[in-house]
Design a protein around this ligand. Structure first.
Ligand SMILES: [Zn+2]
Length: 364
């Protein structure tokens, strides 16, 4: 079974908003939450450490995320209305991850360098005694840069272990984002120019096309997209959340990697979560089509990956019907092979592409 590197999970946000304990198996979290408001708001849980083990999910990009107060939805408690609050909330999420790794060093490890990455990957290649498992590597990913109060603060964030920054979620003061279109602002231009000093990885997910294309032109450091699907396969969709081919091409030219999301809303135009059976719902093949679209544009399988975003505002009710938990992402490999991809292409898409990208761009 290939290793999976999943480029988007809102672990701290879930822990703080819903009190989820990701050391638990998924079925236990579901049982504990049944009858509460959580499944209605965030869907049934799909992520847990035992499932990471079963699915060989070795590394995840763990977000620092807070919702702008103007976008508040039912259940949202991690909210900011100004940069100072965003800053404080992101810092508190770093504390959550540190505590998680400190209290369960056998289960979770923070990764901010190639050495730390390779040590996790190496662990996964060794057999472990019955009843034990492998540590899951967590790489911080800031989703929406409003918590960076000024470019001078980047050194502080870097020292905390932050390596990946996405400027947008909705729009931020740095650039246009989901449902709030626009280019980079002057502050955004200043920020990415300062990011280059530290070789921060720039995440284009959630950026509006204008901001993403300008970033591709301006930013000479590493670029990628942690969790985005292909706009070309979502014709008729009103949102600017998906990646236009122009941005996909730009990322491929820069040897970027794109993590695709197995979320029904991002696979089938007009899909809405309904209660009841998932039988008639979206198939995993719709997700494979988004992976294939990236590979067709690239002419190879070196740029597509998985950024599941599982538990990030949705759960079991909103993912392709073949999947039950994060462990089932392994099915993506067999579907790709059925579709004519080689085993090594499938391995790259599940984890190898992110591994190559991270080895190239994280500090040694
Ligand atoms: Zn997101």
């Amino acid at each position: 079974m290939p290793l999976i590197i999943d480029s988007h999970q809102d672990i701290a946000w879930n822990m703080l908003t819903y009190g989820r304990d990701y050391t638990r198996p998924v079925h236990e979290t579901r049982r504990l939450e049944s009858g509460s408001a959580t499944p209605e708001r965030n869907g049934d849980c799909t992520v847990g450490w035992p499932e990471y083990q079963r699915g060989q999910v070795a590394v995840v990009f763990a977000t620092l995320f807070a919702t702008p107060a103007r976008k508040k939805e039912a259940g949202d408690t991690v909210l900011y209305a100004d940069p100072q609050t965003a800053h404080r909330l992101y810092r508190s999420q770093i504390d959550v991850y540190r505590k998680l790794a400190d209290s369960h060093p056998d289960k979770f490890r923070l990764v901010a360098s190639v050495k730390e990455l390779d040590s996790v990957v190496e662990h996964w290649s060794q057999p472990v005694p019955e009843g034990e498992g492998h540590p899951v590597g967590m790489i911080y990913l800031m989703e929406g840069a409003d918590g960076i109060r000024s470019p001078h603060e980047l050194s502080e964030w870097y020292d905390l272990g932050l390596r990946i920054i996405g400027l947008a979620w909705a729009g931020t003061r740095y650039c246009g984002g989901t449902s709030e279109p626009g280019a980079l602002t002057d502050e955004g231009r200043k920020l990415i120019s300062a990011m280059l000093d530290y070789n921060f990885i720039l995440d284009l997910s959630h950026m509006d096309e204008a901001a993403a294309l300008e970033s591709l032109d301006r930013y000479a450091g590493p670029v990628m997209a942690t969790h985005s699907n292909c706009a070309a396969l979502m014709k008729g969709s009103e949102t600017n959340r998906h990646l236009p081919d122009s941005v996909i091409r730009g990322l491929i030219e820069r040897d970027g990697v794109i993590g695709l999301i197995p979320l029904n809303t991002f696979l089938k135009v007009g899909w809405l979560r309904k209660s009841g059976s998932r039988k008639e719902e979206v198939s995993l093949d719709a997700f494979i089509a988004h992976i294939d679209h990236i590979c067709q544009i690239a002419g190879d399988a070196n740029h597509a990956a998985i950024g599941s975003d599982f538990d990030g505002g949705f759960g079991l009710q909103s993912i392709p019907r073949e999947l039950d938990t994060i462990a089932d992402l392994q099915m993506v490999a067999s579907r790709l092979v059925e579709r004519g991809y080689s085993e090594s292409d499938a391995e790259n898409i599940l984890g190898g592409n992110w591994l190559r990208f991270l080895r190239k761009h994280l500090p040694s």
